[in-house]
Design a protein around this ligand. Sequence first.
Ligand code: NDP
Length: 260
Amino acid sequence: MTITQPETTAAPHQRFEPAADALRGRVIAITGAGDGIGRALALTAAAHGAELVLIGRTVSKLEQVHGRIAAFGQAEASIAPLDLERAVARDYDALAEALQQRFGRLDGLVHSAGILGTLAPIEHYDVPTWCRVLHVNLTAAFALTQVLLPALRASQDASIIFTSSGVGRVPRAYWGAYAVSKFGIEALSGILADELGGAGVVRVNALNPGPVRTRMRAQAYPAEDAGSLARPEDIMRPYLWLLSAASRGVTGQSLDCQAH
Ligand code: NDP
């Protein structure tokens, strides 16, 4: 009789067991750090030793996350208010300048901020909503990455994570601007990874969280039983893998947080 082990479909980044100090000494900036996945990542990264730059638009939420991190008593966090819908060049420059002065480098940049817009057929999609979604989800991520590249290049081992989506890889009816923005994110990630080169110090990857119990998911699926979904803190392993030395040399990948 042959006894076979049950097959696991989880990839290495999904099975990653980070050491408690996996991110010690790393300076990591996260957009959308006040809520949902970005918030969970800020708390998890801080618990693993990272110094956080919390970027977001609602200062009270960022302050709440800052307070939780301070209570850990092991790593510093800074708050960088930035409304990605309204920010102009001088706002991005001010953030880059402040970061450069305080840390002199950046070891991780995670784009988690995003908006859903509306679910509607292309034929009826509201044009101003389309522009807002493309701007917040795609153009702002491009602008922030561009302005922070010098700080990322000053790191010994830097990682950029763009947050993608299943609808950023396979087109789906009614997902309109959101899906187009995520297809754009996949392209931006791949282009930048190619430009920065396989052996460079800055690696660039796109990560799809899969279904996660957040405000955005509830907006997209209001009738769903949210209790069956992963919580943000359940999908942190791939983020920690990509942000830690464990993924050194991995670039230009499109990865999934959850096994199918
Ligand atoms: P949430 O709605 O919980 O969080 C979104 C975050 O983005 C919030 O912190 C929000 O800030 C911030 N944000 C929105 N607009 C702006 C803006 N103009 N300027 C700055 N920050 C802004 O969503 P999730 O945590 O679910 O989403 C995180 C990422 O994961 C997104 O990119 C999303 O597309 C992606 N994703 C999520 C999935 C899911 O199932 N949840 C599935 C696939 C992808 P504030 O709190 O102040 O509004």
